[in-house]
Design a protein around this ligand. Structure first.
Ligand code: NAD
Ligand code: DAU
Length: 335
C-alpha cells in the first residue's frame, strides 16, 4: 500500500487517524478528502500542512467528481466521513442519508471499479441497544434506533453487498463511543467538560443511566489501522472498550476532574428513542492482535487536560452563531 484516501480527516477521529497512519507507516502517502462541514476543522490537522506525504482535498464524498479527483492513484480507501451526531439526526437533516449512505456508495463504486482495499468506519449504534448480559456480536441483526444509526446501518449493508456481489476487498469496523482531544463539543464528554470550565449547566438526558463503552480515540484508530491492513475481506470487527459506564458516572468524573459545582448537573428531557445500553464483544478483533491501551480514567483525565489547555480551539466553535443555533434547537425545549 503506497497511497490511501481517508475521508473526513478534518473531523475528530479522522484527524487522529491521518496522523497515526503517517506516523506508523513511513512509506504511506495519505490523502484527506473532507467537505469541511461544521464538524470539519482544518486546524485539527494544521500540524500536517508541510508534510510531503499528506495531501488535503476539499471535496464531498457524495460527488463522483470529487471522489475521483481525491482517489486518483490510491490503493485503498478508509471511509471515516459521516454526519455523526445523533441529536442532529433527530432534528431531521437530509445530510445523514446524503453523506452516510449515498457518500458511502460513491466511495464503494470508485473502490470497485479501481479494485481498491476498502474500510468502512461504522458504529456500535447499528445494533441498537442490548440487554445485559449480552454483548453484540458482529453477526447480530441491525436495529439502528436513530436516523443517524439507521443511515450507518444502511452504509454497512451496502459495503457487505459490494463484498459479496462484486468481490470488493472491504471490511467494516464498528466502534463504540469514542472520546479524546479534538472531539467536537456537541458530544457528551467535550460538552460537559467545556461547560464545566465555564460554570455552565451539564444537561444530562433522562435518568443518566444509559450505558456507553467509552473508547479512547487512539485505541479506536489503532483498530482501524489494524483492520485496514490485516482484516479479512467481507468481515466486520467490533471495536469496544469492553468497560461499561453509565452517563451519570461519566458526568460525575468530569465534575471531579474539572472542580465544577455538582449542582450544575441538571436532568433534562430525554433524547427520543434513546438507546439504553451498548456493549460489544471484541474477541474477533483481539484475535487479529488488537488490545485497548488506555483505560477510561486515564483517557478521561488526559482529555480534560487537553480541553483545559486548548480553550481557543473550542471557544472558536462554541462562541459561533452556528453552535448557538444548534444549542437553542437541541436544548431550548428540554429543561
Ligand atoms: P466528526 O463529526 O467529528 O467528523 C466527521 C468529518 O466528516 C468532518 O470532518 C466532516 O467535515 C466530514 N464530512 C462530513 N460529510 C462529508 C462529506 N459528504 N464529504 C466529505 N467529508 C465529510 O465525526 P467523528 O466523531 O470523528 O466520527 C467519524 C466516524 O466514526 C463516523 O463515520 C462515525 O459514524 C464513526 N464513529 C464515531 C464514533 C464516536 O464516538 N465519535 C464512534 C464509532 C464510530
Ligand atoms: O456509540 C458510538 C456513537 O457514539 C457514534 O456512532 C456517534 O457518532 C457518536 O456521536 C456517539 O454517539 P452518542 O449518541 O453515544 O454520543 P453523545 O456524545 O451524543 O451522547 C453520549 C451519551 O450521553 C448518550 O447516551 C446521550 C447522552 N447525552 C449526550 C449529550 C450531548 C446527554 O445526557 N446529554 C447531552 O447533552
Amino acid at each position: 500500500m503506497k497511497r490511501v484516501l481517508v475521508s473526513g480527516g478534518c473531523g475528530f477521529i479522522g484527524s487522529h487517524l491521518v496522523r497515526r497512519l503517517l506516523r506508523e507507516h513511513s512509506d504511506l502517502h495519505v490523502v484527506n478528502i473532507d467537505l469541511l462541514t461544521y464538524a470539519g476543522r482544518p486546524e485539527n490537522v494544521a500540524d500536517l500542512a508541510d508534510n510531503p506525504r499528506y495531501t488535503f482535498v476539499h471535496g464531498d464524498i457524495a460527488s463522483v467528481e470529487d471522489v475521483a479527483r481525491a482517489a486518483e492513484g490510491c490503493d485503498g480507501i478508509i471511509n471515516v466521513a459521516a454526519e455523526s451526531h445523533v441529536d442532529r439526526s433527530i432534528m431531521g437533516g437530509d445530510e445523514f442519508v446524503t453523506t452516510n449512505v449515498f457518500g458511502t456508495k460513491r466511495l464503494l463504486d470508485y473502490a470497485r471499479t479501481h479494485e481498491l482495499r476498502y474500510l468502512q468506519v461504522s458504529t456500535d449504534e447499528v445494533y441498537g441497544d442490548v440487554d445485559p448480559p449480552h454483548r453484540s456480536l458482529e453477526g447480530d441483526p441491525l436495529h439502528g434506533s436513530s436516523p443517524y444509526a439507521a443511515s450507518k446501518a444502511a452504509g454497512d449493508l451496502l459495503v457487505l453487498s459490494y463484498a459479496r456481489t462484486f468481490g470488493l476487498n472491504a471490511s467494516i469496523t464498528r466502534g463504540s463511543n469514542t472520546y479524546g482531544p479534538y472531539q467536537f463539543p456537541e458530544k457528551l464528554i467535550p460538552l460537559f467538560t467545556t461547560n464545566a470550565f465555564d460554570g455552565k449547566d451539564l444537561p444530562l438526558y433522562g435518568d443518566g443511566m444509559q450505558v456507553r463503552e467509552m473508547l479512547f480515540v487512539e485505541d479506536h484508530c489503532s483498530a482501524i489501522d489494524l483492520v485496514f491492513f490485516s482484516g479479512v475481506a467481507g468481515e466486520v470487527y467490533n471495536v469496544g472498550a469492553e468497560h461499561e459506564v453509565p452517563n451519570i458516572e461519566t458526568a460525575h468524573k468530569i465534575i471531579e476532574l474539572t472542580g465544577a459545582d455538582p449542582a450544575t448537573l441538571k436532568r433534562v428531557a430525554d433524547r427520543p428513542g434513546h438507546d439504553r445500553r451498548y456493549a460489544l464483544d471484541c474477541s474477533k478483533l483481539r484475535g487479529i492482535g488488537w488490545d485497548r491501551t488506555t483505560d477510561f480514567d486515564t483517557g478521561l483525565a488526559l482529555t480534560v487536560d487537553w480541553f483545559r489547555d486548548n480553550r481557543p480551539w473550542w471557544e472558536a466553535i462554541k462562541n459561533g452563531e452556528a453552535f448557538a443555533d444548534y444549542s437553542a434547537k437541541n436544548y431550548g425545549t428540554r429543561s
